[in-house]
Every structure is written in C-alpha cells, then in structure tokens.
Design a binder for this molecule. Structure first.
Ligand SMILES: Nc1ncnc2c1ncn2[C@@H]1O[C@H](COP(=O)(O)OP(=O)(O)OP(=O)(O)O)[C@@H](O)[C@H]1O
Ligand SMILES: [Mg+2]
Length: 494
C-alpha cells in the first residue's frame, strides 16, 4: 500500500536525520571532503586536532585529505561510495574512534564524504573492547611467530660441518644451486649428509618460507608411489580414498620436493616423474585434468645412477634431467681432517638431545676413530659416539669406550646366530652356551636372526637394498622398516 511505503520512507529519513544530528552534535569534530578528496569544511570542534597534525587552518582546508591526515580512509569512502561506520584511526594526533559516510547527490552520485571524530582517547572510554582487541592481536602475533618457527628449516648449509677442501666445495656448490630453481642431484654414500644438505639448500633458497616435502621412494611400496606423488582425485576409489587426497607434488607447491633414494624409483613411474619435472604439471590418479605446480626438486641417492642407466634399470632421459646440477658428497674417510670438528658437533648434539653431560674425546680416541673405515659415514660416527656416551659415566671418551679391542658387533652376532664357529675368539669367549642362548625371550632371538640375515644380505649385495630385500624374500618397505630399527645396518652399505 502506498501510504504504508511512504510512512516507512519518512521514518527512515527521520531516523537518518536524527542519526546525523546526533553524530554531528555529539562528535568531537566533523570534516567534509569533495569528490577530489579536498577538505572543503571543518567544524569548530575539529580545529582542536590541527596543531597535533602540524597544520594551520589555511594549510588544511583546500588540501587533499590524504596529504593532511595520515592513515585516513576518507578517500576510500569517496572512491567506493561505501561508508565505514566505525573505525579506529591512529596518527600523530592520537587514536580516535571515527565514522565516515559518503555524501551523494539526488541522483545517487558520490560528491564527497563526511567524517566524524566520535571519541578521542578511546583507550580510556573503550577500555574493555580495546583490551580484548589487544589480547587477540597478541595471540595472533604469537601464533604467527610459532608458525614461522615451525616452518623455519631445521638445517642451514652451515649445519653441514666441515672445513676440509672437499666439505667447503660441497657447501660452495650448495650455495650456488640454492639461488636457482633447477633440479639438484645429491650423490654420496649412505650417511654422508645428503638429507641434511637438501634441507640446507631449501633453507638458502627463495622457497625457504614454503614447505620442504620429502618422499623416501625406497620406503613406499611401488604400487602406492604414483598416488603418493600425484595424489588421488575424489571418487577415483572407494573406501578411505573416496574423498581424494593431494600428492606430494601438490603439497610442495611453491616449495621444494626432496626425492630421497631416487635410484629406487620403479621404471614405470620414471617416465611420469620426468614429465612432471619437465612440464611442471601433474595429473592426479583417476582425474583427467592436469594441474600446474611450482616445485623445485632435490633428488638424492647413494646408488650409482650412471651404472644403473647402463644396466637399463634407470631411464637415461630422467638421469640427464636430474643430473643438471650434481653435487657429490665426500665419504667421511675422504675428509678425515673434519673428524674432530664433526665429533665435537655431534657430541654436543647428542648431549643436548639425551640430557646427558657433554663428553670430550681423548686424543687417543680421536686417533682410533680416524683409523676406522666408516662405511656408514657420519651417521655411523654419530651412532658410535652415541653408544659410547650412553655406556659410560666417564667424562672423557677413550678408545676402550668404543670397544677398541672388541670385534664389530654385527659380524659377531651373525656368526653366533648362524651357529658356525665364531670367527672372533674374544667374542666367542663371551658367548653363552647354546642351551642358555635358546632360553631367552623368543622376540630377542628372532630379532638377532633377522639382524644377522639382513647384515649378510647387505654384504652379499654390496649394499644394494633392492637386491638384499629380494634375496631375503621381503619387500623393500619391510627391509627399510628394519633398517630404521637398526641404524648400524642402515650404515652398512658396502
Ligand atoms: N656434514 C655434516 N655435519 C654434521 N652432521 C652431519 C653431516 N653429514 C651428515 N650428518 C649427520 O649424519 C646423519 C646422516 O645424515 P643424512 O641423513 O643426511 O645422510 P644421507 O646421505 O641422507 O644418508 P642415506 O643415504 O643413508 O639416507 C644425520 O644425523 C646428519 O645430521
Ligand atoms: Mg638420506
């Protein structure tokens, strides 16, 4: 009905008018700007703010508002035609509760804006609200700091300890490749620090604030690798995967993807990986859409990729693609001059993590360590130091703490468990009788036999884990699971 509509309009107009009157009479100050953002009028009240803004009236009226009132949003109100009903404005004059409304002509065109300073010192009058705001702001800052700390890479290139020529060269190359987006290939025996360096390169790259995502190719069963890399489209499978899931390429978008044990990549998937590397495009399983990703790949392996290419078990085209920037990490025995610095850094880390006092090494102990072969490189050195640290309360480690006279553990166990005459007289003297050996928890005995069998298989395959798993009739993943349990075996790669 016509009259009803008119009444509503009148009511609204009245409300607007009284609201405006209330604003303008109770406001501490009012200013009006035109369409060009120029201050055209200020009321008596507003003049009190001019000294703090560093302006005289003649130097204020007629100027563009953004030039004379720092941080104001009046211009934005003119440009968008949208009011900002309540806001806090902070500048040299203080903090104010302000309200800003667009001014429109009869055709609805914006011709300027009006601003009210409703309260000054809102920090006293609006105490509860501001306190809440400050608390939330504080919580937000703390959460942001936490996220940044969690994202901050664990290792930098400087965490790669060593000042030998070989170590310095590795770090020089790592710094150089960090500045690029190219694929990097880290080559070196087990335990030489490939994973550590991958973290360092990521941390030194422009991608440092984005994720570093790792796939240990050897630890994922072949049949699951494709989904692991490229993800699964929703509805592609039933059951747990029904909703789909992102692959590691997607998770690493904007960051770095670390492909560990790349030499264990099944041939069938190598072609797909090559395509993803070349095109920076991925296709989730069960999807027919390609998706662009921005990922830098760092690959690592302790295997001889060139030999694998020659043998036909690694694609030549993928090898060349990965081998653009190879970095070869030296074995520990090639840089024994770093041994002292390494033991010192490792001993410190072991002390920090175990909560035990820091242990020093006698010169004799260092000498003894330098005479060892270190097939497991720095990981093996670390394990050796850790064991010695845990086994004694002495503050200084001596050769005897490393079992200098004893025989290497794995060989002794292998011989004993196999029931053959022990090759090590000192070890055999300590071995319990056969009857006593069998009257122990079955779990321990089975573990010993497994340990010995895996050690033997790794020796026979010269550290080739795929061949070792095959010989033992277990999956690669099963082998890796045991290697994770027994670091001394993981270190045994030759
Ligand atoms: N240069 C180094 N300085 C300090 N610590 C090191 C260095 N190199 C390796 N380490 C330590 O040795 C251990 C093994 O290193 P890492 O896991 O990086 O080896 P890897 O080359 O990836 O071995 P694998 O081929 O068996 O996976 C880690 O605890 C690492 O922190
Ligand atoms: Mg590794």
């Amino acid at each position: 009905m016509n009259t009803g509509k008119l009444d509503a309009t009148t009511a609204l107009e009245l409300a607007a008018k009284s609201l405006f009157e209330m604003f303008s009479t109770s406001a501490l100050g009012t200013l009006v700007i035109d369409r060009e953002h120029r201050v055209v009028w200020i009321d008596e009240g507003y003049k009190r703010f001019l000294p703090a803004l560093g302006r005289a009236e003649h130097d204020f009226v007629g100027r563009r508002v953004e030039e004379v009132i720092p941080n104001t949003l009046m211009a934005q109100v003119v440009e968008t035609g949208q009011p900002i009903l309540v806001d806090l404005l902070t500048n040299s004059a203080g903090t104010f509760l302000v309200s800003r409304l667009p001014l429109k002509d009869e055709h609805g065109e914006v011709i300027g804006a009006i601003g009210f300073v409703l309260l000054d010192h809102p920090e006293t009058t609006m105490q509860p609200l501001l306190a809440k705001f400050a608390r939330l702001q504080g919580e937000l800052d703390a959460a942001r700091r936490e996220i940044a700390a969690a994202r901050r890479p664990k290792h930098t290139i400087a965490s790669f300890i060593g000042s030998s020529a070989a170590a310095l060269e590795v770090k020089r190359q790592a710094r150089r490749v960090a500045g690029t987006d190219s694929t990097v290939l880290l080559l070196g025996e087990t335990g030489t620090g490939k994973e550590l360096l991958a973290h360092g390169i990521h941390a030194a790259s422009r991608r440092a604030a984005r994720p570093l995502v790792t796939v240990n190719i050897a630890a994922v069963p072949d049949t699951l690798l494709e989904a692991e890399f490229f993800g699964v489209a929703p509805g592609a499978y039933t059951g747990a995967e029904r909703k789909g899931r992102d692959g590691k390429f997607k998770l690493a978008d904007g960051g770095t993807l670390f492909l560990d044990e790349i030499g264990d990549m099944p041939l069938a998937l190598q072609a797909k990986l090559l395509r993803a590397l070349q095109e920076q495009e991925i296709e989730a399983l069960g999807s027919n859409q390609v998706e662009r990703v921005d990922v830098r790949v760092i690959a690592a392996t302790s295997r001889d990729l060139a030999a694998m290419v020659a043998a036909g078990s690694f694609r030549a085209d993928l090898y060349y693609r990965l081998n653009v920037l190879p970095i070869r990490l030296p074995a520990l025995r090639e840089r024994l001059e770093d041994l002292e610095a390494l033991t010192e850094a490792l001993a410190e880390d072991i002390a920090r993590r175990s909560g035990l006092p820091h242990k020093a090494l006698s010169p004799e102990a260092l000498e003894w360590l330098a005479r060892q072969g270190w097939p497991g490189n720095i990981r093996e050195l670390r394990n050796t130091l850790e064991q010695a640290t845990l086994m004694t309360d002495d503050a200084v480690l001596e050769p005897r703490h490393f079992g200098a006279e004893a025989v290497v553990g794995a060989a002794g166990v292998a011989a004993g468990a196999a029931g053959t005459a022990s090759a090590a007289p000192t070890a055999s003297a300590e071995l319990p009788t056969a009857g006593a050996r069998l009257l122990r928890p079955l779990h321990d005995q089975v573990a010993e036999v497994e340990h010995a069998a895996i050690a033997q298989a790794l020796r026979a395959s010269r550290g080739n884990r795929v061949a070792a798993a095959k010989a033992l009739g277990i999956s690669r993943a099963a082998l890796y699971e045991r290697l994770a349990r027994w670091p001394d075996l993981a270190a045994q790669n030759e």
